[in-house]
Design a protein around this ligand. Structure first.
Ligand code: GDP
Ligand code: MG
Length: 178
């Protein structure tokens, strides 16, 4: 019927969570604008961007992306963004074990308070900094598997796996009956 949420055209609310500095905003800007700005500003509160992708089966998915601020003082606001979200991307930095611990906190929050059908992705970003890696790939894989999430390592800097991240999410979305 061509409406905004028929089987062929999905519109989904997506929230990006994770510690400050892991590259959440850079991932979103790489996906939406194809750019990487190494001097990008710290996100205050949250910012909103949208991007539509076409899948091979001619479905389109419009992502309405809430890029949250990772700072502690905004933590109380996070539920406003993840409540009702169809998708949550939890990001950590592969060079920063603390950010991986924080990712596990966000996963618990989502499992407790998120929508039961939420599609969750665990993302190890800054994969280009492999010489400084401190979180083994296997730790990410294990954590994701344990929590029923999709896992991928990305680099917003080189754009490695950024489009794949969103394509894989799109494939996992529940489809409305047509
Ligand atoms: P946010 O606080 O999670 O939104 O993090 P930002 O997107 O603002 O990025 C924080 C810092 O990490 C910035 O200096 C970015 O240039 C840098 N950064 C983000 N993604 C990558 C990446 O994939 N590789 C590298 N090397 N640096 C990155
Ligand atoms: Mg940010």
């Amino acid at each position: 019927n061509g409406g905004p949420n028929d089987a062929k055209n999905l519109k989904v609310k997506l929230v990006v969570l994770g510690s400050s500095g892991v590259g959440k905003s850079c991932i979103v800007l790489r996906f939406v604008r194809g750019q990487f700005d190494p001097t990008s500003k710290v996100t205050v509160g949250a910012s909103f961007l949208s991007q539509t992708i076409a899948l091979q089966d001619s479905t389109t998915v419009k992502f309405e992306i809430w890029d949250t601020a990772g700072q502690e003082r905004y933590a109380a606001l996070a539920p406003l963004y993840y409540r009702g979200a169809a998708v949550a991307i939890v990001v950590y930095d592969i060079t920063n074990p603390e950010s991986f611990a924080k990712a596990q906190y966000w996963i618990k929050e989502l499992l407790k308070h998120g929508s039961p059908e939420i599609v969750m992705a665990l993302v190890g970003n800054k994969a280009d900094l492999h010489e400084k890696r401190e979180v083994p790939v296997q730790d990410g894989i294990d954590c994701a598997e344990k929590n029923g999430m999709f896992f991928i390592e990305t680099s917003a800097k080189t754009s490695d796996n950024i489009n794949q991240l969103f394509e894989e999410i799109a494939k996992r979305l529940p489809r409305p009956d047509s």
